[in-house]
Every structure is written in structure tokens, then in C-alpha cells.
Design a protein around this ligand. Structure first.
Ligand code: ADP
Length: 287
């Protein structure tokens, strides 16, 4: 497998490439990851089963979409493919350091700039992708409330009920979500889609980076909400964001509904205590 990958790298970079060192990188949720060195170059590579090639292709397209906004840094995809045993995605290697007030404020400004960059008149994306290991449907739609109700909460509740979540019937959840968001008319923003702290980092050169997207065009508040779900980003991040594009009133009320999507997804992926958290949020949505 590794010789095939080395050959592919040489093909796309146009330079001879022989692997001299391969070190496992921890921290990912889904894939095995390595730092790959050879011929004076360093790359980051993710591996999964051959059936996951489509997901890697979607991730590469998402990273390119983020990079093309020129608003925020994301690792450059170099090549992706599959052998008999593995599929892989090769990215530019980035060296991460620790952030400070300035770099996190810059992260906030950069994310707001990406959210403002436009690029679509509707909600969704060109292809389905995944959120963690769960499929994420991105069929284009004109109405945000319908999109989020059906393709985000509805999809996860249906899945959750099949997995014993005991959530309310999906039609009722969809109707309550449509009702809750009926006055929300956001512009479609390019979203990272899975922006917890593990998917945001600062390079040793002080550049903010976002990683591992579950990209689609949606309400920017959905990205902001997720940054708050597991402990939050540094305060400077939110100050930087608001310098570029202040949040709309009503965000504090909407954010728990946006995060319900991720809580349901965590129940579907990991089970456990996420069930109670999802039940609690669903009760407040439907009351
Ligand atoms: P997964 O798809 O399995 O969740 P991630 O994309 O989150 O994997 O990557 C796992 C970890 O590898 C990240 O938390 C980060 O620390 C590191 N990492 C990701 N991309 C790069 C990169 N381009 N260069 C160096 N390290 C990276």
C-alpha cells in the first residue's frame, strides 16, 4: 500500500517521493492518521477502509472550498485515492503551536470573513458528506427553517429513534423546528459544520486554521453555536468574530437548537448520556 501512495504523491507533486519516516498522529475521531516524511517533504495522511474514499473526496472538496474564500487557512489537499486495503487523503502538513489572545481574535475575524464570503444563494451543498461517521444530507433548499428541520434535526431524530433513543415522532420534531425558526432568514454562509475545539488550531507561525470540515451552506450561527458546545473557544475568538460581523439578536435562543443537531449526532455515534441531553433539548423545542 505505502509504495502505491508514494507513487501517487510523486505523480501529483511532480517530484520523486520515497517514504523515509511514518509517525502515527493521535487526536482524530474517525480515521488513522500519520505524519509522512520523505525526500525532504512532510505530509499529513488519513487512512480508512477503501469504502470511505467518497468521504475523503468530499473532505478534499470542502477544504478547497474553504481555501478558495481566502478568508481562513485550512490544510491544502494534495491527493486522495484507494488501494485494495485502504483509502487515503493526503494533506499539507501543518505544525501547530499554542494560540494567544491575538491569534484567537484573528481566528474569529477569519471565520466571520469566511461566513460573509457568499458563494451560494441556497442552503446545502453540491454533495452529501459526513458529520463524524454519520451521513449528512445537503440537498439544496431555499428555506433555512425547512432545511434545518428536515435535513439536520429530522434526519438525526429518525436515526436516533431507530437506535432506541425514544425521541418524539420525527414529523412533530420537524414541525416544531420549522415553527421555531420561521422568522429566521439568514444569508447562506459557507460553514465549517463541525467546529469544536479539536477542529480549530493555531500554527507555530500564529495562523488560525480550521480542520476536518462537515461543510455546507447554512446559518452562520450554527458554526458559532458549536464552538460553544464543548467548553467554548477563548473569549478573544468571539470578540474577533463580532468585530467583523456582529451576531443577530436571538442567537442565544437559537444556539441550543443548532447544537441539538450535534447532541443527537453524538447520541447516534456514542449513545450514553447524550440521550438525556437530547431529550431535554427536544422537550424545550416542543414545549
Ligand atoms: P479525523 O478525521 O480522524 O477526525 P482530524 O482531521 O481531526 O482526523 O485529524 C486528527 C488530528 O491530526 C487533529 O486533531 C490534528 O491535531 C492533526 N492534524 C490534522 N490535520 C493536520 C495537518 N494537516 N497537519 C498536521 N496535523 C494535522
Amino acid at each position: 500500500m505505502w509504495p502505491d501512495i508514494a507513487k501517487h504523491i510523486a505523480q501529483v507533486t511532480g517530484e520523486a517521493f520515497e517514504i523515509s519516516d511514518r509517525t502515527s498522529v493521535g487526536g482524530g475521531c474517525i480515521n488513522a492518521a500519520y505524519c509522512l516524511k520523505g525526500s525532504g517533504q512532510t505530509f499529513f495522511i488519513k487512512l480508512n477502509a477503501p469504502t470511505q474514499l467518497e468521504n475523503f473526496a468530499a473532505e478534499a472538496q470542502a477544504l478547497k472550498a474553504i481555501i478558495s474564500t481566502q478568508a481562513i487557512k485550512a490544510p491544502r489537499p494534495i491527493c486522495w485515492g484507494a488501494t485494495d486495503q485502504q483509502s487515503y487523503l493526503l494533506l499539507e502538513w501543518l505544525e501547530f503551536g499554542s494560540g494567544n489572545r491575538q491569534t484567537w481574535a484573528q481566528m474569529g475575524r477569519d471565520l466571520a470573513t469566511m461566513h460573509r464570503a457568499g458563494g451560494a444563494e441556497r442552503f446545502g451543498w453540491d454533495r452529501p458528506n459526513t458529520i463524524g461517521a454519520t451521513p449528512q444530507i445537503n440537498t439544496w433548499g431555499d428555506n433555512w427553517a425547512d432545511f434545518f428541520a428536515e435535513q439536520r434535526l429530522g434526519f438525526q431524530v429518525r436515526l436516533g429513534n431507530r437506535r432506541g433513543g425514544g425521541f418524539p415522532p420525527v414529523d412533530q420534531v420537524i414541525a416544531a423546528t420549522q415553527n421555531f425558526l420561521r422568522d429566521r432568514r439568514p444569508q447562506p454562509s459557507l460553514l465549517h459544520g463541525d467546529l469544536w475545539s479539536g477542529n480549530a488550531a493555531i500554527t507555530t507561525a500564529g495562523e488560525p486554521v480550521i480542520l476536518d470540515p462537515a461543510l455546507y451552506f447554512g446559518d452562520r450561527e450554527a458554526d458559532l453555536a458549536m464552538t460553544e458546545l464543548f467548553g467554548g473557544f477563548p473569549a478573544a475568538f468571539y470578540q474577533g468574530y463580532e468585530e467583523v460581523w456582529p451576531l443577530d439578536s436571538g442567537y442565544p435562543q437559537r444556539k441550543s437548537i443548532y447544537n441539538l443537531y450535534h447532541v443527537l449526532n453524538h447520541f447516534n455515534l456514542f449513545g450514553g448520556g447524550y440521550r438525556n441531553q437530547a431529550q431535554h433539548l427536544l422537550r424545550s423545542l416542543m414545549s
